[in-house]
Design a protein around this ligand. Sequence first.
Ligand code: ZN
Length: 261
Amino acid sequence: MQRRAFLAAGATAAGVALGVSRSTAGTPGMRREPTGVLMAGTPHETPVYVVEGDSAGPTAVVVGGMHGDERSGYLAAERVADWSVDAGRLVVLPRANRVAIERDTRRGEGGDLNRQFPPGARPTTALARGIWDRLVEAEPDVVVNLHSSKGIYGTHQEFVGQAVFPTAAGDAVAVAEETVATLNDAVVPWYMPLHDFLVGNVLHGTAPLLTHKVGGDLGRPAYIVEATEFLVDPETGARWTERAATELLTRHGLERTGEDR
Ligand SMILES: [Zn+2]
């Protein structure tokens, strides 16, 4: 019910994509109104949030929900969309693949969305092009793409849970290493050693994934965050994933309100 009202509000704002939410606009306990929508008037229509800090700082783009069955990823992105920031600019697309989320499946229309971003070429579907064009328009200094996995990286074949994958740009690898260390200290329980986060392989722009393309085409620091849903409920996974986003973006100079350090 709340979700439906929320999407309807986004639809009315379709033509007004240029406004921004001031950092003071968020009301505690209430989800902020979207700033605009992507793919207006199509089945892919999905809200976009722009949050401006009062002080200058980096622009961060955060994307969630590229895979519709990765709940902790898009729940975390929705939490990020509710942040206020003191310095910097935050552009959040929490439910990138709305059709897949509504189906609760990895793929939406047109196949696996995160295989539609070939480095050096145009994205291969209208939705992927819409996401890419909005990302480029934001001129990001850093990009974070929130996913989740069913298993444990290095333990379960095919699964990548509990890892942060950096691009090769700037100090992304070092930032990923610091973030992983903090997450393992701060959120992963000591009695769950298999759930310790790892730094995944460096994304060199060699595969048609959004984060590869950001590294390859834009030369920007960017990260895939993969929390696991193995023995972890989606809300907890979302909390761990949100913390990962906080740690990554803070190290890039985005100052989240209430996160002094
Ligand atoms: Zn995914």
